[in-house]
Design a protein. Structure first.
Length: 280
């Protein structure tokens, strides 16, 4: 049995299909973990959700910021933006089933010793705490009042974790860290304005979250997507898998072996190229 992690698909179903063919994926033999942003920007978000939902437990899919955006639009909390490509999901005859499946996806996972998130982990959090905090959001999203939570989810404040946070503010910080984080201060104050730079482009006073000294997950392997301008990064402690498929880059999978020490990168080029800008 092989475990493959896959970076941001963002509605590029043709590329996803070719990637699964390239790795000779077998649902009876292999497992997938997709690191969030399954939908939006690409041409076939509906096809992506239908494909992944049909795979059942063989494909674990994290929630990314674009996936949460789709759920918020479905509840009337957000409007479709120019460039969004999820209207076909909302209009599909199986829309309710697809959205219900989506909101039951996890916010974080740990497989084969790898902590997997969509965007990042705050420096105060250990791997165990990250999973516990993710489960708090998952419980709300899976509950009867998940639509009400969507109305409280958006905002940049608080921009720093505090163990004393409660209610909507607590959940908002968790969501922002797991699905939006790129840069933060050594104390964990998050920055959300810079979206197009790499690791070397942090604003003054900020660092890429994974470069914060003595972060709580420094002894763990953390895999994430979300950051297409960072691209492929393969360090003993870090795996970055968003290689900009929807922007004309590649869709990437990593085959894990030997406790995540053995890593094989498999890529397919993507024919879908969005206009530059707005890589959120």
């Amino acid at each position: 049995m092989s475990l493959y992690m896959i970076g941001d698909v963002q509605g590029c179903d043709a590329a996803l299909g070719r990637l699964l063919e390239k790795i000779a994926f077998s649902p009876s033999r292999d497992r997938l973990v997709l690191l969030g942003d399954l939908v939006n920007r690409g041409p076939a978000s509906l096809g992506v959700l239908r494909r992944l939902m049909a795979l059942g437990d063989t494909a674990q899919c994290l929630l990314g910021n674009h996936d949460l955006h789709l759920l918020a639009v479905s509840q009337g909390v957000r409007k479709l933006h120019r460039g969004d490509t999820v209207a076909d999901i909302l209009q599909a005859p199986d829309s309710a089933a697809l959205l219900d499946w989506l909101r039951w996806r996890p916010m974080a996972l740990r497989e084969e010793g790898v902590l997997m998130v969509h965007a990042g982990v705050l420096p105060q959090w250990s791997a165990d705490q990250t999973l516990a905090l993710a489960s708090e959001v998952e419980s709300v999203l899976r509950g009867a009042d998940w639509g009400a939570f969507m109305h409280q989810m958006y905002g940049n404040q608080p921009d720093q974790w505090d163990d004393g946070l409660r209610g909507a503010e607590r959940l908002r910080v968790i969501v922002n860290a797991l699905t939006r984080l790129r840069y933060c201060t050594p104390e964990g104050r998050m920055e959300f304005e810079t979206k197009s730079g790499g690791a070397q482009d942090a604003p003054p006073g900020y660092l890429p979250w994974f470069e914060v000294p003595e972060r709580g997950t420094a002894g763990d392997v953390v895999a994430f997507g979300h950051w297409s301008t960072l691209g492929w990064l393969n360090r003993p402690d870090i795996l970055s898998l968003d290689t900009g498929c929807v922007w004309g880059g590649a869709l990437s999978a990593v085959k894990l072996g030997r406790g995540a020490k053995k890593r094989e990168l498999i890529q397919v080029r993507c024919e879908q190229a969005q206009a530059p800008g707005g890589r959120a």
